[in-house]
Write a protein of this length. Structure first.
Lengths: 118, 111
């Protein structure tokens, strides 16, 4: 059974940094595009970033470009999101997602909460 | 403000059918058939229920169906059940620099 488990959430001050991880299992990780999607508490979903299976292609939402970096280690079956220059509006549950090859977000992790607050 | 527009809430009685609309633009919903729908229970991760406008992933009940006309996509749930009470989000691939956009979500109440 495939599984995605995020970690790394917590409280961080504005302007600070945080790295999220997503451990993947139950499928051939390197074969899949992966995404990060976030959801502020009580609000809707926002796509954040996507990375190709071999990490040769990455892309970001306008709201995080230049501050966030997506990466992966296929030997460790792990996806990362390095978040720098964090803002209060980055407070959200961050979900790691396996791409569905149909332009959809097929399989979701349980999410990890990042709170940006002074 | 979300890129795609959904009603904040809809409701229906058990056994009835409801439809949730998702209105975008000619850059997203109107341009591609890459519209998907997600069901989310409180405190849980979203779950894909419809992809590519009208395709049901394996394991999703055939009570869920999707369609699209112009810049508006729709999710229909027939034979409403208590377990369908949840938040529903639409999403579309887009030609803008932010590749995917979501709707603001619709809370479905089963009366």
């Amino acid at each position: 059974e495939m599984q995605l488990v995020e970690s790394g959430g917590g409280v961080v001050h504005p302007g600070g940094s945080r790295r999220l991880s997503c451990a993947a299992s139950g499928f051939t990780f390197s074969n899949y595009w992966m995404h990060w999607v976030r959801q502020p508490p009580g609000k809707g979903l926002e796509w954040v970033s996507r990375i190709k299976g071999d990490a040769s292609h990455v892309i970001y939402a306008d709201s995080v470009r230049g501050r966030f970096t997506i990466s992966r280690d296929n030997a460790k079956n792990t996806l990362y999101l390095q978040m720098n220059s964090l803002r209060v509006e980055d407070t959200a549950v961050y979900y790691c997602i396996r791409d569905g090859d149909r332009y959809d977000f097929r399989n979701w992790g349980q999410g990890t909460l990042v709170i940006v607050s002074s | 403000q979300s890129a795609l527009t959904q009603p904040a809430s809809v409701s229906g009685s058990p056994g009835q059918s409801i439809t949730i609309s998702c209105t975008g633009t000619s850059s997203d919903v109107g341009a591609y058939d890459h519209v998907s729908w997600y069901q989310q229970y409180p405190g849980k991760a979203p779950k894909l229920v419809i992809c590519e406008v009208s395709e049901r992933p394996s394991g999703v009940s055939n009570r869920f169906s999707g369609s699209k006309s112009g810049n508006t996509a729709s999710l229909t749930i027939s034979g409403l059940q208590a377990e369908d009470e949840a938040d529903y989000y639409c999403s579309s691939y887009t030609s803008t620099s932010t590749l995917w956009v979501f709707g603001g979500g619709t809370k479905l109440t089963v009366l």
